[in-house]
Design a protein around this ligand. Structure first.
Ligand code: FAD
Ligand code: SF4
Length: 472
């Protein structure tokens, strides 16, 4: 659907890119709440109207769920928020989440034609505005035309892939029953990503909405421990698994087991459980007030640890990354946010040992330079001999990412793994079908640790394959 600019066709020249206003830095350094104020309708009209409506919208191609971006930008510019929300939900099960946490600079906004000199359209903030505003206006998905098929599908994992799968199934008359080990839905959206990026009320609202749509949740239920996989498979017509990856990658250098060294997700979840009031062993909450903290890693998890430590009033927070800034895997906006909040970055430094006696005292680092790229991969960091220095630290947080963590029961369930220990998909049959024909899988446990929006995409496409499997 091509559209005319709602107002001035040269809006992109006259009006620059403008994100919603940011909260003052002293508040940001203290509060576990989102750092941007919401857009107003007049700001959205002004910003969304900057869209050029390119004939071939690169933003749509670069968005993993292929959102109809120019079309909902126009609806938002016109103030037609309910129609915009309907359109957002045609391609995305959690648009309000993606608007908040997608690395837009690498995806839709990175591909925006205006990104080349004028500043990309603020696609993410507009997606968030559309969905939040529609919810505030009482919008709900209309399922009145859905005809129940009588089929039920078990979804293991209430993270973005599982929720997206359940969303598509229930909209097609198939009843999803979602099992999760946690007491709340969201997976890493709730038990991983901190509130300053995604407030927990967002997922609580989604839980209410999904429940009203007919999705059943069986929470605090770990499949393989609280209920057998066989029992689940035999009581449903198909199974979708979106169980994520949770094995923390270690550095493999001396000193990693010293008191004062912790794993990134353990640290973040301890803080989230503390904030949300979920029961946990008091030792699992790590308070960094007054500490010198070193975070090792350059991805989104490392940025979340940096910024959580700042909010806990750490004395200093230093982030060490072995490549240069241009090669950081994390979202640019999160690196900028961390820097603004007081995180110090040391690029081209690689940890070689954690130093200490009865506890951590520092991290030994060696300088690196950027070497050639591995075949089809990123440029590698090469150590520069004779450049070792030590950074003082009371606490070291290791944020090197995650490896697959398949449970033992996969073997009995006939679910094959690939060489990386990710779930192996069948190439002979339906998309996202595993070696057990009644079982489908998607998200991080298939692709390896990735993004919220790619997990949503796979959950949605797996649901379509399940509908084919059930002949719905
Ligand atoms: P998950 O979100 O991991 O959900 C899996 C669910 O399965 C969990 O709830 C788990 O409890 C459940 N489960 C596992 N085993 C069982 C079992 N046996 N029985 C019952 N339930 C089970 N991505 C972005 O796009 N932007 C970001 O800013 C971003 N920040 C991140 C920050 C952190 C700290 C981390 C760790 C990741 C971040 N990511 C980010 C990545 C993103 O969160 C993941 O790629 C995404 O959540 C994967 O979705 P998933 O559905 O595959 O798995
Ligand atoms: Fe951009 Fe993510 Fe929204 Fe797609 S889902 S339009 S990549 S913010």
């Amino acid at each position: 659907m091509a559209h005319q600019s709602a107002g001035n066709p040269f809006q992109f020249i006259d009006v620059g890119r403008k994100a919603p206003s940011l909260k003052p830095i002293p508040d940001r350094k203290r509060d576990f709440v989102e750092i941007h104020d919401p857009y107003t309708q007049s700001e959205v009209t002004e910003q969304a109207d900057r869209c050029l409506d390119c004939g071939n919208p690169y933003c749509e191609w670069q968005c993993p769920v292929h959102n109809y971006i120019p079309d909902w930008l126009q609806l938002a510019a016109e103030g037609n928020i309910l129609a915009a929300a309907e359109l957002c939900h045609q391609t995305n099960s959690l648009p309000e989440v993606c608007g908040r946490v997608c690395p837009q600079d690498r995806l839709c906004e990175g591909a925006c034609t205006l990104n080349d000199g004028f500043g990309a359209v603020t696609i993410g903030f507009t997606e968030k505005y559309i969905t939040d505003t529609a919810f505030a206006m009482g919008w709900k998905p209309d399922l009145s035309n859905v005809v129940p098929t009588g089929h039920t599908v078990a979804v293991i994992g209430a993270g973005p892939s599982g929720l997206a799968c359940a969303d598509v199934l229930v909209r097609n008359g198939v009843k999803p029953v979602v099992y999760d080990a946690h007491p709340e839905i969201g997976g890493l959206l709730t038990f991983g990503i901190p509130e300053f990026k995604l407030e927990k009320s967002v997922m609580a609202r989604r839980r209410r909405l999904f429940s009203e749509m007919g999705v059943e949740f069986k929470l605090s239920t770990r499949v393989g421990e609280d209920v057998d996989f066989d029992q689940i498979q035999s009581s449903h017509d198909a199974v979708f698994m979106g169980m994520g990856v949770y094995q923390a990658i270690v550095g493999g250098f001396p000193g990693e087991s010293l008191p004062g060294v912790c794993k990134a997700l353990d640290y973040l979840v301890g803080n989230i459980n503390h904030s949300l009031g979920f029961p946990q062993n008091p030792a699992d909450y790590i308070d960094l007030k007054g500490k010198d903290v070193v975070v090792l890693g350059g991805g989104d998890t490392a940025m979340d640890c940096n910024r959580t430590a700042i909010r806990q009033s750490a004395r200093t927070v230093t982030c060490v990354y072995r490549r240069d800034e241009a090669h950081m895997p994390g979202s640019r906006k999160e690196v900028a946010n961390a820097r603004e909040e007081g995180v110090k970055f040391l690029f081209n430094r690689q940890p070689v040992a954690i130093r200490g006696d009865d506890r951590v005292r520092g991290v030994a680092l060696i300088n690196t330079c950027m070497g050639p790229a591995e075949t089809g991969g990123r440029q590698q960091a090469q150590p520069v001999p004779g450049t070792e220095t030590v950074v003082a630290a009371d606490v070291v947080i290791i944020a090197f990412g995650f490896e697959p963590s398949p449970p033992d029961w996969f073997a009995d369930a006939g679910i094959d793994l690939d060489a990386r220990r990710c779930v192996q998909l069948s190439t002979q049959r339906l998309p996202f079908q595993t070696s057990n024909p009644g079982v489908f899988a998607g998200g991080d446990m298939v692709r390896g640790a990735d993004l919220v929006v790619t997990a949503i995409d796979e959950g949605r496409r797996a649901a379509m394959a399940i509908l084919d499997y059930l002949d719905v």
